[in-house]
Design a binder for this molecule. Sequence first.
Ligand code: CA
Length: 233
Amino acid sequence: MQKILIVEDEEHIAEGLRFNLEAEGFEAEIAPDGEIALNLLTTEGKTFDLIVLDVMLPKVGGFEVARTLRKSKNFVPILMLTARSRPEDVLMGFEAGTDDYLPKPFDLSIFLARLKSLLRRQKWTNNNSFIESDIFEINGKTIDFTNLELKTQNETIQLTLMEVKLLKYLIEKVGTPVARKEILENVWDLSEDTDTRAIDNFIVRLRKYLEEDPSKPQILQTVRGIGYKFVKG
Ligand code: CA
């Protein structure tokens, strides 16, 4: 049985989600604040298949919870619950290492669909034509799109789902400049009036992973006034 941790301080929401998750055959546990969630996950070492994480939480906020988990190399899928009016929360959440988000208030069927699709995340890599296998080699490094890993000669780096989605999107458009707002719409699923600078931080990170000299990028090139371009070496 798959186990879900619901980190949510609004009791009626938390209980409602638990009720519905259990009805769907999941095991569900509630943590009413960020501190309790981190205790469960780190000190007590409990494992879950997915975490539903509210942004606004007492004691330790949602972003901090996500950041702490990722820092400690815990890569459990995180579905973040944000306020609808704050697209910047979404970008901050992805920066913190969450995998997907749902603006509140949400429809229960959408919640379950997002959650199940995250649990099946291995499958999303299979439906495109450019990458025939889920392994992609570049610059002597191997990217495993299924396991979200980047392997170099010496180490394996765990990528976040968003890092992989962004990289994959640029790879699919190889050689073509891709505008930042196109990336926001198609990778992040955000409208184009959102601040696009968060993308730049992701590119900086991907360059650190991929480029020999991240200050002189050869693979993820900046296209002035437009966005970015993936160049196959
Ligand atoms: Ca809250």
